[in-house]
Design a protein. Structure first.
Ligand code: UGA
Length: 439
């Protein structure tokens, strides 16, 4: 791949966004300093262990280390010292009110300010509410001695877990919000090889516009999902097939097929949190974002709808044995943060059911939060002697399971498919009682 002029980059926060961004920037020749206050994480990285599950990240980090382009430290002064660009990638967890907690962003900004030693671009990459950039700028101004110039930028990230590297190396767009042409140029140079290979547009806006692009993009995708879930509910009442509706809607280029898969709703560390944070900041700005409130409510209801289907299939749940396939919030990740499966399993347990779960990657994490649940060694093992099977994450592995065997193992051949993985006609032909979502 084309190499750009090597730029020294400091990345504060080694979560998904920070680690993937740094590893990808090293792969195009930049020199990266990762900073994280979590000593254990930094020690793991120094020992060559990547603390998150993301396809391809291990080898990209190993390659960066081999090329001596990745450095790891717990010290912001050390990380910032030689950097020309400093990315803030720290967590912005939700508060009980739905508001984003920006304490870590403020702390990082203060420490960066105190360690400025020459011109630097400070770019915010964590997802933050509109106008956070202004706060960061003020914090930087207040906390440095005034002798070292800097510019602030908002540079939101659009990567998805499970395809984070591909998304970073082949983005649909790169957005930079800054009032400084100098900062916009430096960041353009940083991304040049990626811009060349992906032909992605490089969009320069003011800071608040860039911040809103991120929130609006995630909120819009969440809206698409809730919309199709409502259509699925209407399909269920009329016998229509939501998959056909989505497919045909998708041929309209103005709509597009992506994010029109009906199911048990969205989860993960982004959509639920960002939707709430967007509602919250809109409220603070004096706008009641009713549309987005409905999106969130519909999303929560989808989880309950699935439980209602299990009850419909089995009548009383007390004492019933239920197999659950899939715990991660989506396939190809071990992430269970805000996974619909966790809520659904909790509801089944609350109604007195015994639950046997299996997930190809998320069992270890789930074991920390799911109590009173039996963890099975395989999909078929989970199904054995169960009154029904509930599918909550659409892992490829599940579509390869021998259905004849599945039918033999289940006490009753009942499948409640929360992700429309299977085809109703095929399942019914095999003798299953099948419940899909609008299909
Ligand atoms: C999402 C966005 O897709 C990224 O662009 C964004 O950068 C990221 O959030 C972020 O803000 O960091 P991610 O949370 O990794 O990425 O996962 P998605 O692939 O978007 O899926 C989110 C949820 O929506 C999953 O639970 C998935 O099962 C669900 N979903 C997705 C549906 O229920 N239906 C669909 O049609 C698509």
């Amino acid at each position: 791949m084309a190499q750009s002029k090597s730029i020294n980059v400091c990345i504060v926060g080694t979560g998904y966004v920070g680690l993937v961004t740094g590893a990808c920037l090293a792969s195009i020749g930049h020199n990266i300093w990762f900073v994280d206050s979590d000593r254990e994480k930094i020690d793991a990285l120094l020992a060559g262990n990547v603390p998150i599950y993301e396809p391809g990240l291990d080898s990209l980090v190993a390659e960066g280390r081999k090329n001596k382009l990745l450095n790891f430290t717990t010290s912001i002064p050390e990380g910032v010292n030689e950097a020309e660009v400093v990315f803030i990638c720290v967590g912005t967890p939700p508060r009980a009110t739905g508001e984003a907690d920006l304490v870590y962003v403020e702390q990082a900004s203060k420490e960066i300010a105190r360690n400025l030693n020459g011109y630097k671009v400070i770019a915010e990459k964590s997802t933050v509410p509109v106008q956070t950039g202004k706060r960061i700028e003020l914090t930087l101004t207040r906390n440095n001695d005034g002798n070292h110039p800097f510019d602030v930028a908002s540079n939101p990230e659009f990567l998805r877990e499970g395809s984070a590297i591909a998304d970073t190396m082949n983005p649909d767009r790169i957005v930079v919000g800054t009032n400084s042409p100098r900062a916009a140029d430096i960041l353009r140079n940083l991304y040049q090889p990626i811009l060349e290979r992906s032909k992605a547009p490089y969009i320069v806006t003011d800071m608040q516009t860039a911040e809103l692009i991120k929130h609006a993009s995630n909120a819009f995708l969440a809206t698409k999902i809730s919309f199709i879930n409502v259509v699925a509910n209407i399909c269920e009442r009329t016998g229509a097939d939501v998959r056909k509706v989505a497919e045909s809607m998708g041929y309209d280029k103005r709509i597009g097929r992506a994010f029109l898969d009906a199911g048990i709703g969205y989860g993960g560390s982004c959509f639920p949190k960002d939707v709430e944070a967007f509602i919250h900041i809109a409220g603070q700005l004096g706008y009641n974002f009713e549309l987005l409130k409905a999106v969130a409510k519909i999303n929560q209801q989808q989880r309950q709808n699935l439980v209602d289907k299990v009850r419909d299939a089995l009548w009383n749940l007390e004492g019933k044995q239920i197999a659950v396939w899939g715990l991660a919030f989506k396939p190809n990740t071990d992430d269970i943060r805000n996974a619909p499966a966790l809520d659904i399993v909790a509801s089944l347990l609350k109604e007195g059911a015994h639950v046997k779960v299996y997930d190809p990657a998320a069992m270890e994490k789930a074991a920390e939060v799911l109590k009173d649940t039996h963890f099975s060694s395989s999909a078929l093992d989970a199904a054995q002697d169960c009154d029904c099977l509930v599918v909550l994450t659409e892992w490829d592995e599940f579509s390869l399971v021998d259905k004849q065997k599945l039918k033999e193992l289940l006490k009753y051949p009942i499948v409640i498919d929360g992700r429309n993985m299977f085809d109703r006609k095929e399942m019914e032909k095999l003798g299953f009682t099948y419940y899909g979502v609008g299909a």
